[in-house]
Each structure stands twice: as structure tokens, then as C-alpha cells.
Design a protein around this ligand. Structure first.
Ligand code: 5AD
Length: 487
């Protein structure tokens, strides 16, 4: 039976795609094995920044060497680089056997079978524009009570730095009926927290027009979507769902209707990841972000008026073409003004076939590095201050599993998305998938340590499926919400 391995680069959407590749291959009788033992090595690529692309080149180089020893090895380049570069990958990297776009995952077993029959290298990078297929929830769940649900794919924005419209195509949405059925099924199998995924997840519209208009939705507003209506429908129809997250939204669709949904729905966490990219109006305009700094700040203020304790994290690009020191200072001052807790910072890199490709990449590399380091200095301080303020407070934490760092602790996330380690895993074990009250006893750099309150200890656990409880000691940790990127 052939063995395969999938290596993932990039975002949660890619992670999700990798899981689906594994699923279709397992469905075809193949087995997931360690990369060194695999007959098929799949590299699920990212092309959003140059750095991700360099990683792929070195990975393929490594496997090309192995292939010289083991000519039967099949090398697959999947994901966004595959979509972007298509056939030219074969010319540049002759050891590659298959180039597979994100919309072609279902064809993977058949294509591998063709290759094994002796077919020359294949390229499949068709967008499914007429009859979009969506990756559905896995039939076998992980061991955590959390799951991703693809809500939409593609992007109709034209941010000048961004390659996503080329790699993921135009926006296509899943019907709300299908989404709700999938979430209900996940919840019936023990999932308690769902993250809705999409490149501009909050531009959502039901392709079947089945959603009622959400309160405070203004159909005359070009930024309005049906995302708030979707959140309300999920909350109403899947009562067992405890938390509903989403990523990544576009700030222009953070409209009053969505803010009202955050205010009204108990399952919405008090946290939004809201990529701003820059604090300078000049840069925002050049990036074609379709909001100004003051508009972004006004939306954040309305969100905070509705959900006073909301935390906000963001993405920042430094060194976009033409960014002056003064522009950059505006980004720093915006980070302070919003008080982001969690900044994902990136040095601008030119991407092929993007509008910004025509602009001179004129901020020197050393200067980009300096600016990025300053972004991290500010954001690390903000995170530290925020976490220190939580000492002694009681937070509501959704228990996900054991902590990777310390077996004796469990881990979960608060409503505001802080990572909270909880002492005494033995007693927390029966609470996986439940929200527990935890008093914060220590603040670390990117996370908190807490203890279940007396009242919580006295409460009878609701009881999770035994599969998840049994699995508890084996579970891993999640990445920190703190600063990341290429420091
Ligand atoms: N250069 C640097 N960062 C980029 N991002 C997207 N495109 C580029 C680029 N060309 C960043 C943005 C986006 C995140 C996923 O990656 O901050 O929000």
C-alpha cells in the first residue's frame, strides 16, 4: 500500500487543504507515513511572501536528491505556488511529477495513479468557477474540540501587494444550509469551537439567498455582506456550539451588522483578527485597501463600544514601495492607538503578477528589517502589558487539551483569545470542550497560567465524548497569538 506524506507551508487554509489531501488519499487506500518513508511526497505550498517561496525551492531540492536514489518517489507541488506558477514549475524543477492547484485536490488519487502507470509529469490548476467544490469537514476528527469550516474561497479585492486573487481565484461561497449542516454534524461529534475560514471571510453572501437580513444591515452600503446573518443563523441553529471564530476578515466588511452580531451572540469570542497592513493613508491608498486610517479606527471604536473588552490582533506589512519613515511612524502610532495584542508582521516582498510589481521595491532590505524589529518591539510590549493586566482576573477558557510545554497542565483559550494554561491537568481532563472559569496566577510572554476556581471545581463536568478525553495526554499545543513573522 503506497505511503504518502504532506508537508504544509502557509496559512490555515493550506493546513485545511492538507488535511483534505490526506483524507482523499486515505480514501484511495494510501497510508500517511513519515516523509522519509513516503512513496509520494506532497509539498503544499504558500506563495504569499517571497520567503515562503524560497522554502519550497530548498524543499524540492532536498527531495530531488532523494529521488536520485529512489527514482520511484513521486514529488507533488500543491497549493498556491502550484496555482501561480503552473507548468513553469516543471521546467524549473524537473524532479517534480505533479503540480496541483488548490481546487483540484479531489483529483489527486487519480493523477497519482496515472503517474504510476508511467504518465509524464502532470499539471492540474483549474479553478472550479462554474461549480465550486468546497472542502468539507473531515470524517475523522482530530483530538481537539476545535475545527475549521471552509466558508468561502477566493478574493475579489485587489490589494496591490497580494497574490491571493491569482492563486485562489475569485470569491465563491458555500450555501448557508450546507455550512450549518456541517457545523451541526461537527458539534454532534464533539466539536465545540468552529473557525470559519475564507480569504475575505466576512464578504460572505449566501449563493442561494436563503438568509434573512441581519439587524442593522444596510443593503445600500457597498461594504455590507451577509456574514452577520450567517453568524446569527449558525448561533440559532446549532445550539451546542460554544464558540464561533472566523479568519481572515477584511476591515471594510466590519460593518454595523457584524458589530451587532458580536454584541448579541454569546458564542462570538471577544476577539477579532483584523489585518490593517499600514497606519499611513498614503500607503493604504497605494495598497488599495479601501479604507483610511480614521475609518479603521472608527470601526475598531464601534466594535469596542459594542464589546468593551474585545482584543484585536492584526497583520502589518513594512517597507511597501514608497514607505517613508513618516509613513512607518504612522503604522507604529496606529499599533499603539489600537493597542493590538498580537501583530503578525511582514517585510514587503514583490509577488509575481500583482499590481505592486510595477512599483519600485525601494525600501532597502536592512531598513525593512529595522522597521519590522520596531513593530515587534512595540507589539511585544503591548502583549506583555495586556497579559500582565490579566493577573488575578477570572477568565472563561475553552479547554482544548494538554499543554505541550508541561504535561501536568491543560491548555485552552479565553474569550479574548489569550492562551491559558491551566494547572492540574488531571482535574481539567474531564472538561475538554467545556468552558471553565480560571483565575490567572501568572503571566508569561505569550500566554497565561491559571487555576480553576473553587466554583468551577465544584461543578459537575458535562462530559465529553470519551475519545477526546482519552486522547488528552497526547495532544499538542497551538501556536501562540503573539508576534510572528520573519523577524
Ligand atoms: N509582502 C509581504 N507581506 C505580504 N502579505 C501579503 N502579501 C504580502 C507581500 N507581497 C501579508 C499581509 C497579509 C498576510 C497574510 O501576509 O500582511 O495579511
Amino acid at each position: 500500500m503506497p505511503g504518502f506524506s504532506v508537508t504544509t507551508f502557509g496559512c490555515q487554509m493550506n493546513q485545511h487543504d492538507s488535511e483534505r489531501m490526506e483524507e482523499v488519499l486515505r480514501g484511495g487506500g494510501a497510508t500517511a507515513v513519515a516523509a522519509d518513508d513516503a512513496d509520494v511526497v506532497i509539498l503544499n505550498t504558500c506563495s504569499v511572501r517571497e520567503k515562503a517561496e524560497q522554502k519550497l525551492r530548498s524543499e524540492v531540492g532536498r527531495w530531488a536528491k532523494v529521488k536520485r536514489e529512489r527514482p520511484d518517489l513521486l514529488i507533488v507541488v500543491a497549493g498556491c505556488m502550484a496555482q501561480q506558477e503552473g507548468r513553469s514549475i516543471l521546467a524549473e524543477m524537473p524532479s517534480v511529477d505533479l503540480v496541483l492547484g488548490p481546487d483540484n485536490i479531489a483529483e489527486l488519487p487519480g493523477l497519482l495513479a496515472e503517474l504510476r502507470m508511467g504518465s509524464p509529469p502532470l499539471v492540474r490548476t483549474e479553478f472550479d468557477l462554474d461549480a465550486p467544490r468546497f472542502l468539507t469537514a473531515p470524517t475523522t476528527l482530530g483530538e481537539r474540540p476545535t475545527a475549521f469550516v471552509t466558508t468561502m474561497k477566493g478574493c475579489n479585492e485587489r490589494c496591490t501587494f497580494c497574490v491571493v486573487p491569482n492563486t485562489r481565484g475569485p470569491e465563491r461561497y458555500r450555501s448557508s444550509a450546507e455550512l450549518i449542516a456541517e457545523i451541526a454534524d461537527l458539534v454532534s461529534r464533539g466539536v465545540r469551537e468552529v473557525t470559519l475560514l475564507g480569504q475575505t471571510v466576512n464578504s460572505y453572501r449566501d449563493p442561494r439567498g436563503a438568509l434573512p437580513r441581519a439587524p442593522e444591515a444596510d443593503p445600500g452600503d457597498p461594504d455590507e455582506s451577509e456574514f452577520a446573518a450567517l453568524l446569527r443563523a449558525i448561533a440559532a441553529e446549532v445550539p451546542g456550539l460554544v464558540r464561533l471564530r472566523y479568519t481572515s476578515p477584511h476591515p471594510r466588511h466590519l460593518t454595523p451588522s457584524l458589530i451587532a452580531a458580536h454584541r448579541d451572540l454569546a458564542i462570538m469570542p471577544h476577539h477579532v483578527h483584523l489585518p490593517v497592513q499600514s497606519g499611513s493613508d498614503r500607503m493604504l491608498k497605494r495598497m488599495l485597501r479601501r479604507y483610511r486610517r480614521d475609518e479603521f479606527l472608527a470601526r475598531v471604536a464601534s466594535l469596542r463600544a459594542a464589546v468593551p473588552e474585545a482584543t484585536i490582533s492584526t497583520d502589518i506589512i513594512v517597507g511597501f514601495p514608497g514607505e517613508t519613515e513618516a509613513d512607518f511612524e504612522e503604522t507604529l502610532s496606529l499599533i499603539e492607538a489600537v493597542g493590538f495584542v498580537g501583530v503578525f508582521g511582514f517585510k514587503y516582498s514583490v509577488r509575481p503578477n500583482t499590481p505592486a510589481e510595477r512599483l519600485p521595491d525601494d525600501v532597502p532590505e536592512a531598513e525593512k528589517s529595522r522597521r519590522l524589529a520596531r513593530v515587534f518591539d512595540v507589539s511585544e510590549r503591548l502583549v506583555r502589558e495586556h497579559l500582565a493586566q490579566q493577573l488575578g482576573k477570572t477568565l472563561r477558557v475553552l479547554v482544548e487539551g494538554p499543554s505541550k510545554a508541561r504535561e501536568e497542565n491543560a491548555t485552552g483559550r479565553s474569550e479574548r483569545n489569550e492562551i491559558v494554561h491551566i494547572e492540574d491537568a488531571a482535574r481539567v481532563r474531564s472538561r475538554v470542550g467545556e468552558v471553565v472559569e480560571v483565575t490567572v496566577v501568572e503571566a508569561y510572554k505569550h500566554s497565561l497560567l491559571g487555576r480553576m476556581t473553587e466554583a468551577e471545581l465544584a461543578r459537575t463536568p458535562e462530559g465529553m465524548p470519551t475519545r477526546m478525553r482519552r486522547a488528552l495526554p497526547l495532544l499538542g499545543d497551538k501556536p501562540s497569538p503573539g508576534p510572528r513573522g520573519e523577524a
